[in-house]
Design a protein around this ligand. Sequence first.
Ligand code: AMP
Length: 267
Amino acid sequence: MRIIKKSKEINSLFNSIRRTGFVPTMGSLHKGHESLIKKSIKQNNITFVSIFINPKQFTNKNDLINYPRRLNDDIKICKKLKVDYLFLPSFKEVYSWKMKMKKYPKIKSIMEHKYRKGHFNGVLKVIEKLSDIIPANKMYLGEKDFQQLKIIEDYFHLNKINTKIIKCKIIRDKNGLALSSRNKLLAKKDLLKAARIINFIKKNILKKKPLNDKIKIVKKYLKDSKINFDYVKNINIKNFEIEKKKTKYSRFFIAFYIKNIRLIDNI
Ligand code: AMP
């Protein structure tokens, strides 16, 4: 595995390599990230992984300061998985050069865009740069961040960027909780509390009841358990509109807080 810190080293690589996969991450890698990396390695000749904690997508200063950083462990994981190139750019390396302005898609004021003002603008800024530095054939993104995935897909489409997005399913802990780098900031008992919420939702959405009642039950459960939350919504994943029924294309999205750590999931 080669570690690269300068984007100009990557430019020359693209003259000679074929079928590339790219997994952008913010590090503190876990089995969720690993599943994306493994998929890319399987489907491509060459796999790039990037680790860059993008300050522009953080809407809360403390969240950025406290974001888990485990670079030595991350390097070991990437080596073990036989990643070809690990890109570790500095802030300057990503942002200190100008490129032709791309078009940004319109984002509906719902879920993450509503509750984390400016978050997706930051995501698009980094994706704009990273996808230019690493113009891979395929980019691997997790369904854990479904709204982000859809926005990046729209951005590629709008700008005719020829990178196919490969959607990767959510990897969960044995207790049902979706793996997340932010989980590393929580104690075991808090993780179990989070898992109980997810399991409660799973159990409830399977019940034969009007959807509105199910949402009310989940909200009541959260309130009774003194859990703060931003949203609990049934969303159509094709157009990101609220869906009144459970359908093939709908998912139950939630953003909630455990000890001030914000967790998102969809089921
Ligand atoms: P992050 O490092 O949080 O920016 O995540 C990098 C990529 O990994 C994103 O495409 C995420 O959606 C994906 N990812 C994060 N957690 C999981 C998970 N539990 N299962 C699958 N993919 C995930």
